[in-house]
Design a protein around this ligand. Structure first.
Ligand SMILES: Cc1cc2nc3c(=O)[nH]c(=O)nc-3n(C[C@H](O)[C@H](O)[C@H](O)COP(=O)(O)O)c2cc1C
Ligand SMILES: Nc1ncnc2c1ncn2[C@@H]1O[C@H](COP(=O)(O)OP(=O)(O)OP(=O)(O)O)[C@@H](O)[C@H]1O
Length: 142
């Protein structure tokens, strides 16, 4: 039984998220997703959708076995509880693979770090980014 963890903000869902989660699920037998708390999303705009609602939507996706809200202060607490074999980082996630691996082993956590693949837009009107969906809403509805 290989347990995989994926994580992210998942503010407004789109096919890029489904692709990432399917890719992560294909890396093992059971997929757990950690949904970042708003307070920890500091590297981009604050999410529009509340924490628990984002978790609820992610948990309803087919590749996902369980979705958890992240810890507000210590990102390694859910990892200690879930005990994954693999952490699947998204293709563009800002985390440094080697730093993350070192931080995990400093906490006595031993798991592989893998990168998922991107889903590229084939058509110009395909919106495969939450930021692009929000930009389109602002442009067309304001
Ligand atoms: C291994 C790992 C564990 C994480 N655990 C948490 C957590 O417990 N709480 C949380 O708010 N965010 C957690 N995060 C998410 C990060 O805080 C960050 O917000 C997230 O990677 C944002 O990704 P995105 O920009 O791709 O949406 C975790 C990230 C990683 C890589
Ligand atoms: N087009 C895509 N292809 C593959 N993975 C994606 C795609 N878009 C997002 N992801 C992955 O989904 C996870 C959550 O992404 P996030 O919630 O930051 O969405 P986003 O659409 O990238 O947001 P934003 O546009 O605000 O940066 C991350 O691991 C990210 O790499």
């Amino acid at each position: 039984m290989t347990r995989v963890v994926a994580q992210g903000t998942f503010d407004i869902l789109h096919p890029g998220h489904v692709h990432y989660l399917q890719d992560a699920a294909d890396m093992g037998d059971e997929l757990h997703v950690i949904v970042a708390r708003s307070v920890n999303v500091t590297h981009k705009e604050t999410p529009i959708v509340p924490d628990e609602q984002r978790r609820e939507m992610v948990s309803a996706l087919k590749p996902v076995d369980e979705a958890h809200l992240g810890h507000p202060e210590d990102i390694f607490v859910p990892i200690e509880r879930i005990e994954p074999d693999v952490i699947a980082l998204g293709y563009d996630q800002h985390h440094d693979d080697e730093q993350l691996e070192a931080a995990l082993s400093a906490r006595g956590l031993d798991c592989d770090i893998c990168r998922a693949s991107p889903l590229e837009a084939e058509a110009a009107d395909r919106l495969l980014s939450t930021g692009r969906i929000i930009d389109r809403i602002v442009d067309e509805r304001s």
